[in-house]
Structures are given as C-alpha cells and as structure tokens.
Design a protein around this ligand. Structure first.
Ligand code: AMP
Length: 133
C-alpha cells in the first residue's frame, strides 16, 4: 500500500504542489501551523528519515533550501523553521514553517484552516517564487 505522500507523487490524490524534481517533491501541509507550511519529501518511500541513504538525505535538505527561499519571499516571517516529526505519515518528510518565534513551531497548537482556493493561491505564489530563484 503506497503512503499517502506516494499517492500525491503519483497524482493519485491531489496535493498543493510547490516544487518537484526527479527525486523530491514539496507540497503544502493540509493542517498547517502557518500559511505556507510546506512538506518536503523524497520520492523514494522510506518511513524514517535517518534510514535514507546519505545522498538522498543530503539532497532532501538542498531541495528544502530552495523551497524555503521561495516560501520566505511570499510569507512575511522572521525565518523558515525546519523540523522533522514523522509520527503520523510513514514517509520521510521535512516540515518547513514560516516562524516569528519558537512558539510557532509548537505542533500541539491549533492548526489553521484554509479553503481549497486559498491553499491553491498560496501554492501558486510559492511555486512562482521558487521558479524565479
Ligand atoms: P508527521 O508525520 O507527524 O510529521 O505529520 C504528518 C503531516 O502531514 C501532518 O502535519 C499532516 O497535516 C500532513 N498531511 C497528512 N496528510 C496530508 C496530505 N494529504 N497532504 C498534505 N499534508 C498532509
């Protein structure tokens, strides 16, 4: 059974995709802590991030850097926080979260909700910012 994230990669289910290359994909988290909260995944389905081969792990972070640069152009924030949890979806992923303080990284706080149109709009802006470089 492919993970929910592999199903986004294969377009079996929709995702608000902001960046993609041969090995990695970035898309908006649907239960975001902040506008622009993005997940970055390797296309290779491995549950635990530290089970990734060194090269794949390094490439994931380099890809995440490019995505973070795009998010920070679109969402006003102090910086982009990076975290790995992985307790819910067994497909390695990095969370990129626009933050202004340490409390903004608190996963126990209420998540934000956006309409499909709002998610699509923010994804479009971040995608454009990433492509601009
Ligand atoms: P964790 O595995 O604990 O890092 O949490 C998984 C994250 O994936 C949570 O923040 C969820 O909101 C997010 N998530 C779960 N399903 C989807 C989906 N279909 N599209 C985007 N984000 C998702």
């Amino acid at each position: 059974m492919p993970s929910i994230f592999s199903r986004i990669i294969s377009r079996d289910i929709p995702g608000y995709i902001v960046a993609e290359d041969d090995n990695y994909l970035a898309f908006l988290d649907i239960n975001p802590l902040a506008e622009g909260h993005t997940l970055v995944i390797p296309k290779l389905e491995v549950d635990y991030i530290f089970d990734l081969e060194d090269e794949v792990l390094a490439g994931l972070h380099v890809f995440a850097k490019k995505v973070a640069r795009g998010i920070e152009k679109v969402v006003p924030c102090e910086r982009i926080g990076v975290t790995v949890i992985g307790l819910e979806v067994p497909h390695a992923h990095v969370h990129l979260i626009p933050i202004n303080g340490v409390h903004d990284m608190d996963f126990s706080q209420m998540k934000l909700s956006f309409s499909n149109e709002e998610f699509a709009e923010i994804a479009k802006k971040i995608k454009a910012a990433i492509e601009e470089g």
